[in-house]
Ligand binder design. Structure first.
Ligand SMILES: C[S@@+](CC[C@H](N)C(=O)[O-])C[C@H]1O[C@@H](n2cnc3c(N)ncnc32)[C@H](O)[C@@H]1O
Length: 278
């Protein structure tokens, strides 16, 4: 799962990060740490380790989530989808959406969106040489603004089917009414035959104390989180027809086998689904 930066890339990244924030942990860089990347700082590693004290799920969650993203993009490309809007795309790591899609269709277009300036600057450097790939800094909670950004509007043709990827991003929309509106904002802009892929962390099997501790650690970042139960996640897929196997634990979505490092798929602590707009 690991893609570590070269020392040259890391030096450029550190220059970016030192202009922005070195004092506060950050979700994108904590996630990178759980994926064994090196695009993170001491403050991120400390917060990630703090969370691990009561959250043994954190690493399996990140790794199973990333694996789901790869399987979903492969599946969608096989269905003929050749344009992707990746919301909350994170720091580029191994198995990025354009890499997976381009294996099957080198002409596939991918618009990445993230709010975190350092993740965006890093992605911009790494993606500079790729055609048909853009990175935009924007807040995904504002669908109309996101869709009007040149990196999105000039790359994607929303008159044709597109796949919206909301993978490990909706927990950052903490308000329950707003999260439904956000998803609906993207859905209403998409043509019939478009898809939505989501994964979402869940508190099932987690004690109240573990959940409170996770919320507390994430509240020290600029992007606090809200975990949702399966019943709370399902309405986010309203309007879409779920493809098999429906809404399931991330490791179980179109996978023949659970990864060897995971004894129980529920330990990955997140649900995933892909739906198609009729
Ligand atoms: C856990 S990472 C997920 C990365 C990727 N989607 C994946 O599944 O591998 C969440 C990302 O969402 C970004 N994020 C959080 N809130 C956001 C917002 N309101 N708008 C855009 N990006 C956001 C964070 O900066 C971080 O990079």
């Amino acid at each position: 799962m690991t893609q570590r930066q070269s020392s040259e890339d890391r030096a450029a990244w550190l220059a970016d990060v030192s202009r922005v924030d070195v004092d506060r942990p950050n979700a994108a860089r904590m996630y990178d740490y759980y994926l064994d990347g090196n695009t993170n700082l001491a403050v991120d590693r400390a917060a990630a380790e703090e969370l691990l004290k009561t959250g043994p799920w954190a690493r399996p969650y990140a790794q199973a989530n990333r694996a789901f993203l790869g399987r979903a993009v492969r599946y969608l490309t096989e269905q003929g989808i050749d344009q992707f809007l990746d919301l909350g795309s994170g720091i580029p790591t191994v198995g990025n959406v354009h890499e997976v899609a381009h294996q099957l269709n080198p002409a596939a277009r991918v618009a990445y969106v993230d709010v975190e300036p350092v993740a965006v600057a890093h992605a911009r450097r790494l993606l500079a040489d790729f055609d048909n790939v853009s990175i935009t800094q924007a807040d995904i909670r504002e669908p109309a603004t996101v869709l009007a950004q040149p990196g999105v509007a000039e790359l994607l043709d929303l008159g044709r089917p597109v796949a919206v990827l909301a993978v490990a991003i909706l927990p950052f929309v903490t308000d329950d009414t707003e999260v439904v509106e956000v998803v609906a904002g993207y859905r209403s802009a998409c043509a019939p035959g478009s898809y939505l892929a989501i994964s979402h962390i869940s508190p099932l099997g987690v004690t109240d104390e573990q959940l409170a501790h996770a919320y507390d650690v994430m509240s020290r970042t600029p992007t606090p989180v809200r975990w949702r139960t399966e019943a709370e996640i399902r309405p986010l897929l309203a309007g879409y027809t779920l493809v098999e196997p429906g809404l399931v634990w991330t490791p179980n979505w179109r996978s023949d086998h659970s990864p060897s490092w995971l004894s129980d798929p529920a330990d990955a602590n997140a649900f995933a689904a892909v739906g198609r707009l009729p």
